[in-house]
Design a protein around this ligand. Structure first.
Ligand code: NAP
Ligand code: ZN
Length: 352
C-alpha cells in the first residue's frame, strides 16, 4: 500500500479538495495506470452531493471519476494484455464476480457483486473504492480497456461512461438507418448519443431546454432540433419515433416524450434524476409503447464502442480543465453550461 494524490469531498456539502488516498501494490492480475485525463460525469456530482442516498448512498470521503484514460506504469506477473507505456482506460466498473448469469453473458454492469470504480466496497484495501480524480489507479486487467491510437485522449476519456451508456441502449434497441431517434437533453451523455445515432445512420432529433444549443446539435449530427418548451414544435412529432433516449439529469415530464413514440416505440432512460418520474399508463397503453432503463455497458461492449469510435473518429467535445477548477465545473454542470463534457487534465494534480 502507498499513498497517491487525489481530490475528495468530505461531505455532501463540502467542495472537492486536494488530499492523499491509499492505492494497492499491483497484484499479479493488476494494471497500475498513471491517469492522464478524467471526464466529469453528472453521476460524479449526484454522488458527491449524496443525491442518490436512497439507492446508492455515498460513503465519505468520496473520490469520484469513472471516465479514465492513462498510461500503464506497472503490470502484475500474470497480466498478458498490457505492458508499461501502453495507453489504457477504465470506466465505471473495476470488478465483478465473474460467475453470475450476467457476467457469463458479458453484462458485468448487472452483476449483483460488481465493484464500481468509486464508492463501492474495496475488496483489497477495505473501505470504499476511489475513482479517477487521482494520480494513480490500480485495476484488474479484465476491467482495463484499450484506447484506439487515433483518438485524442482528453476527448476519449468521456467515452468510458458517456460513450458506453449511450452506445449500449442504441445497439440493444437496434438503432439503424431508416429509424427516427430522439435524444432528450444535450449534455455529456446526450451529445454522445447524437454522435452515435448519426453514425449508425438514424434520423436524429434533439430535444433541448437550451435554445442556445441548437446550432451545436446540428453540428454534432442532429437532423432536427426541438426546443422542448415549444409545445407546437413538440406536437408536430407526436407518434412518430422508433426510439428515444432520455439523458436528462433533473426532474422533467417524461410523458411529453412517451407521446412522441410510434406504435411499439421505446423510450429508454439513462438519465438518473433522484426523484421518481410520473408515467402516464395511457400514454404507454394506447400504442403498445415501452419504457426501459439502461446501465452503462459490459466490458466487451465497452471495447466494441471504443473500437467503433476509433473507426469513426468519434470523441467527446471537451473543455479541458485543471483539477483546481472542479468545483466551478460542477456549478456549471448544474446550469447545463458545459459544451459538452469537462475533461480534467490530471497533470494539474502534480502541483498540489
Ligand atoms: P449533463 O452533462 O449535466 O447533461 C444533462 C442535460 O440534461 C443538460 O445538459 C440539459 O440539456 C438537460 N437537463 C438538465 N436538467 C434538466 C431538467 N430539469 N429538465 C430538462 N432537461 C434538463 O449530465 P450527463 O453527465 O450527461 O448525465 C445525465 C444523466 O445521466 C445524469 O442523471 C447521470 O447521473 C446519468 N447517467 C446515467 C448512466 C447510466 O448508466 N444510466 C451513466 C452515466 C450518467 P439541455 O440543455 O439540452 O436541455
Ligand atoms: Zn458516468
Amino acid at each position: 500500500m502507498y499513498k497517491t494524490k487525489a481530490y475528495a469531498a468530505a461531505s455532501a456539502t463540502s467542495p472537492l479538495t486536494a488530499t492523499t488516498i491509499p492505492r494497492r501494490e499491483p497484484t499479479e492480475r493488476d494494471v497500475q495506470i498513471e491517469i492522464l485525463f478524467c471526464g466529469i460525469c453528472h453521476s460524479d456530482l449526484h454522488s458527491v452531493r449524496n443525491e442518490w442516498s436512497e439507492f446508492l448512498p455515498t460513503t465519505y470521503p468520496i473520490v469520484p471519476g469513472h471516465e479514465i484514460v492513462g498510461r500503464v506504469a506497472k503490470v502484475g506477473s500474470a497480466v498478458t494484455q498490457f505492458k508499461p507505456g501502453d495507453l489504457a482506460a477504465v470506466g465505471c466498473l473495476v470488478d465483478s464476480d465473474g460467475t453470475c448469469l450476467h457476467c457469463k453473458a458479458g453484462l458485468e454492469q448487472f452483476c449483483p457483486n460488481l465493484t464500481l470504480t468509486f464508492n463501492s466496497p474495496d475488496k483489497h484495501l477495505g473501505g470504499v473504492t476511489y475513482g479517477g480524480y487521482s494520480a494513480i489507479m490500480v485495476v484488474d486487467e479484465r476491467f482495463v480497456l484499450r484506447v484506439p491510437s487515433n483518438l485524442a485522449l482528453a476527448g476519449a476519456a468521456p467515452l468510458l461512461c458517456a460513450g458506453i451508456t449511450t452506445y449500449s441502449p442504441m445497439r440493444h434497441w437496434v438503432v439503424t438507418r431508416g429509424k427516427k431517434v430522439g435524444v432528450v437533453g444535450l449534455g455529456g451523455l446526450g451529445h454522445m448519443a447524437v454522435k452515435f445515432a448519426h453514425a449508425l445512420g438514424a434520423h436524429v432529433v434533439v430535444f433541448t431546454t437550451s435554445p442556445s444549443k441548437k446550432e451545436d446539435a446540428l453540428r454534432l449530427g442532429a437532423d432536427e432540433v426541438v426546443v422542448s418548451r415549444h409545445t407546437d414544435e413538440m406536437r408536430k412529432h407526436a407518434g412518430s419515433f422508433d426510439f428515444i433516449l432520455d439523458a436528462v439529469s433533473g426532474e422533467h415530464d417524461i410523458n411529453a416524450y412517451v407521446n412522441l413514440l410510434g406504435r411499439d416505440g421505446n423510450i429508454t432512460l439513462v438519465g438518473a434524476p433522484a426523484k421518481p418520474l410520473g408515467v402516464s399508463a395511457f400514454a404507454l397503453i394506447m400504442a403498445r409503447r415501452s419504457l426501459s432503463g439502461s446501465n452503462i455497458g459490459g466490458i466487451a461492449e465497452t471495447q466494441e464502442m471504443l473500437d467503433f469510435c476509433g473507426a469513426h473518429n468519434i470523441t467527446a467535445d471537451v473543455e479541458v480543465i485543471p483539477i483546481q477548477k472542479v468545483n466551478e465545473a460542477y456549478d456549471r454542470l448544474l446550469k447545463s453550461e458545459v459544451k459538452y463534457r469537462f475533461s480534467i487534465d490530471m497533470a494539474s494534480l502534480k502541483s498540489e
